[in-house]
Design a protein around this ligand. Sequence first.
Ligand SMILES: NC(=O)c1ccc[n+]([C@@H]2O[C@H](COP(=O)([O-])OP(=O)(O)OC[C@H]3O[C@@H](n4cnc5c(N)ncnc54)[C@H](O)[C@@H]3O)[C@@H](O)[C@H]2O)c1
Length: 240
Amino acid sequence: MARVAVVTGAAGGLGRAISAQLIADGLHVVGLDIDAAGLASMAGTGFAGLVVDLTDAGAIAEAFGRIGKDHGGLDALVNNAGTCFMSDFPNIPASELERQMTINFSGAFHCCQAAIPLMAGRPGVRKIVNISSNGAYNFDVFDPPHYRASKAALDTLTKDLARRYAREKIAVNSIAPAMTQTPLFNVLTEDVLARAIAAMPHGHAMQPAEVAAWVGFLISAAGDISSGNVIILNQGRDVR
Ligand SMILES: NC(=O)c1ccc[n+]([C@@H]2O[C@H](COP(=O)([O-])OP(=O)(O)OC[C@H]3O[C@@H](n4cnc5c(N)ncnc54)[C@H](O)[C@@H]3O)[C@@H](O)[C@H]2O)c1
């Protein structure tokens, strides 16, 4: 029986690459996204899409209930769904702050709450990978503070769950990428995007498949001995 993984934000740039990597590694992927057409375009062997608004805790509970019924449990969860709202401090509407935290942090929190009981009794080391961002750590680049804070909160959740579930053999890590070429680039002006890419040491953005390979590594047996880490991927940009 194939191991089962949930990938959130599966229809986005990174989500598609992560789903493809895990399918290639032999897992069955259940992709959660609000984008029904995007999920439908991914239909194929090893992939099933579930349309879920991850800002709705009830909808998340329902989706994982169904996954439990369909698959009898869960081996891996990738909390990848996220966005970056670009209003800058202090002119950030309360509704935008709330939505930023809900999509990037609360959604992942509720997915962990629903996923961990489904991991009980599954063989081997079960895996949670949270997709964070360099924006939580690098203050030279453009990221607005509510985006940074949402990812810092996610990384603290990573460490808490890693500690809490180490003896249950659930490994929890964050991957924090820098500029990766996905539709999320559209939130940036041309000027900001050009400067951010010019700051990448290799002279170009990272590709989704490059980041996905690290997710695949953590979910493979090689990743069994890593937990509680925030893995920064940025071509060495921020080494001082
Ligand atoms: N692209 C980058 O440079 C970069 C850098 C650092 C971190 N990240 C992180 O990577 C992750 C993936 O981003 P991406 O670059 O692939 O962006 P993307 O916009 O291509 O994909 C995001 C996906 O999340 C889904 N989504 C958004 N809100 C949702 C909701 N309420 N319910 C369900 N699904 C929802 C979208 O429909 C989309 O498919 C995000 O968490 C982002 O913060 C990206």
